[in-house]
Design a protein around this ligand. Structure first.
Ligand SMILES: [Zn+2]
Length: 65
């Protein structure tokens, strides 16, 4: 089921895809900075928004295939 990781500051989509990834991994890929607003990203609910399009029934585990 698809997942979105969004910069909560500017709304830039850092990751969008069917594979559930760790937000930490995505943030590291961007060198901990949002490419649009240059804000420092960290894996915390205030800085990064993780959206599960499903509505999040049992999708909270990242190793859930
Ligand atoms: Zn941003």
């Amino acid at each position: 089921m698809p997942q979105q990781i969004i910069c909560s500051d500017c709304g830039y989509v850092l990751y969008e895809g069917e594979i559930i990834k760790s937000p930490y991994e995505i943030i590291r890929k961007f060198n901990s900075r949002c490419p649009r607003c240059n804000r420092k990203l960290s894996f915390s609910p205030e800085n990064v928004e993780v959206v599960l399009w499903d509505g999040g029934s049992n999708a909270s585990k990242s190793n859930n295939k």
